[in-house]
Design a protein around this ligand. Structure first.
Ligand code: BG6
Length: 536
């Protein structure tokens, strides 16, 4: 029975997706930063996966722009090589068994490379003529998608120059012109405001797609479906029933080759106002009045503006020392490439934040993220209040266990609910157990690097999963006081061993005034098949 049901569910899911996904308009896609890592690892593989499922426009042209002097053939070859590498790599997110050469050629035949300096006006003249001839050749109807896969210092300049060259003008009934901007969108409130102003001087908000790749993750999108398509959770999703919420994004990787970027950035800027806040918004926002992009974005904005500016006393920072991650020796952050020997940059952050609205008043949200942690694990864990009365003799009220609802985002995608049962036997004793839903049991895995939905949405003009200007500013406002306080160097760095779950101060942060609140273990579900007894 279970097998049949599962089989049916799979069939239904696939059919629904294929029959309901509209084909995008013809368009030309211009990628700034065509030779960069982002293009090779994510944008192109995602485009290939979309082509594989028939979800790129029939009339499509792709222009790659970058500073390096190479020709179209060399560019397309480097992209193809990367795809081949992904296919062979068992750890890559691209779950394909081989590159389908017909699909690849259907994309490669539409690609052109242009070399140039993004800060030079002359470059935009040659870009314009390349765009116009590709438009004629491929019949792309004048619709243009500009993808800024470049360092953030170029965002403002490129948009300004695209505007000056007349490449992004849009009328109400004419072809569309859209610009995709990667993170980081500013590095504090003032810089985010300044960038928004610069961008708005050229583009309307409807033309701007600020990407946060966490929103491309299937399980993140599922949070809204889980909350709002089921009648049973919403009534208990509030301060009457929820004790606290923990959002964890733990990574095993260190800073790797990204020292130059990471040193002035740190874990807070790199992960919190963007990725962790997106998880928070999905978890805590009010139900939208419908699934229209603006209805959803309005609710997220409302949520962000209800976050109280975080008190620096409710923030803990950490930096990894040497240690072992997944059995391998790991070096200290200060010994990484392009990192200062006395670096004050945090690689771990834990925060306690409050949402000042009717639903969440008094419910603390604890957010943490760090590098060189024991496992790669992203989860949202909602801990419910304990039962009001101890009906079971011999179990003191204080040690009454808790119910947890855990939304597992990666890598073991699923949802589990932990509750208590009576252990079999003559003695009445309680034992925590779990009801577990695993995506992999119900749906066939699909090749997905996380950018497919986002790219597709830009092509069909759906801004639901993209950040609006006011949302970005609110998120920077919320972390502003902590950023200011952390301008002064800490005196205890490094303060956690690589492979551990972070500094001790984070344990004090969560347990302050409420000793039953402890961080969940950073461990994959296999390791905690039997939920552990923990503080009540
Ligand atoms: C990026 C950060 O935005 O997200 C990285 O810059 C981080 O530091 C990465 O490692 C995490 O994304 P994912 O999809 O690997 O969880």
């Amino acid at each position: 029975m279970a097998d049949l049901a599962q089989h049916d569910a799979r069939g239904r899911g696939e059919q629904a997706r294929k029959s309901s996904a509209p084909s995008p308009d013809p368009c030309i896609m211009v990628i700034f930063g065509a030779g960069g890592d982002l293009t090779k690892r994510l944008v192109m593989p995602a485009l290939y996966n979309l082509a594989n499922t028939g979800l790129v426009p029939e009339c499509l042209a792709i222009i790659g722009a970058d500073i390096a002097d190479r020709d179209t053939k060399a560019w397309t070859k480097s992209l193809h090589d990367m795809l081949e590498e992904f296919v062979k790599d068992p750890n890559s997110e691209e779950q394909l068994s081989k590159v389908d050469e017909d699909v690849w050629s259907s994309l490669a035949d539409r690609m052109t490379y242009v070399q140039g300096d993004f800060t030079d006006d002359g470059f935009y003249k040659s870009l314009k003529s390349t765009i116009e001839s590709a438009e004629k050749k491929h019949g792309t109807s004048g619709n243009r998608l500009f993808y800024l896969a470049v360092a953030d210092r170029f965002f403002g300049t490129i948009i300004e120059k695209l505007g000056k060259a007349g490449l992004v003008e849009e009328d109400d009934d004419g072809p569309w012109r859209r610009v995709v901007i990667e993170k980081p969108f500013g590095h504090d409130l003032d810089s985010a405001k300044a960038l928004n102003e610069q961008v708005h001087a050229v583009l309307e908000e409807r033309q701007i797609y600020r990407i946060d790749h966490f929103l491309g993750k299937e399980t993140v999108q599922n949070i809204m479906a889980f909350r709002f398509a089921n009648g049973i959770f919403e009534p208990i999703w509030n301060r009457h029933w929820v004790d606290h919420v923990q959002i964890t994004v733990a990574e095993t990787v260190g800073v790797e080759q990204r020292g130059k970027f990471y040193e002035p950035t740190g874990a807070l800027r790199d992960m919190v106002p963007n990725h962790l806040f997106q998880l928070l918004a999905m978890t805590a926002m009010e139900p939208p009045s419908g699934f229209r992009p603006e209805a959803i974005r309005d609710k997220k904005f409302e949520l962000f503006s209800a976050i109280e500016t975080i008190d620096p006393d409710h923030a803990v920072r950490g930096q990894y020392d040497a240690g072992k991650v997944a059995g391998e020796k790991a070096r200290a952050y200060r010994k990484e490439k392009d990192v200062a020997e006395d670096s004050a940059t945090e690689t771990y952050v834990a925060l306690r934040l409050a949402i000042d609205n009717w639903r969440w008043a008094g419910v603390p949200f604890f957010l943490r993220t760090g590098k060189h942690m024991p496992e790669r694990l992203t989860e949202i864990a909602v801990r419910f209040r304990r039962a009001p009365l101890n009906t079971f003799h011999g179990t003191p009220l204080d040690s009454m266990p808790a119910n947890w609802l855990v939304l597992r985002i990666q890598p073991e995608e699923g949802i589990s609910l932990q509750f208590e049962v009576k252990r079999p036997g003559q003695v009445v004793a309680l034992e925590p157990v779990k009801m577990d839903f695993r995506y992999a049991d119900w749906f066939a895995p699909e090749p997905n690097v996380g950018y497919e939905t986002l790219l597709y949405d830009v092509m069909i003009g759906d801004q639901t999963l993209f950040q609006r200007a006011d949302m970005v500013e609110e998120t920077w406002r919320a972390v502003g006081d902590v950023l200011d306080a952390w301008k002064s160097a800490p005196d205890d760095f490094p303060n956690y061993v690589s492979g551990s779950a972070g500094p001790e101060a984070a344990d004090r942060l969560i347990g302050e005034g409420a000793p039953w609140r402890v961080w969940r273990e950073v461990a994959l579900p296999e390791d905690k098949d039997r939920p552990s007894k923990e503080a009540p």
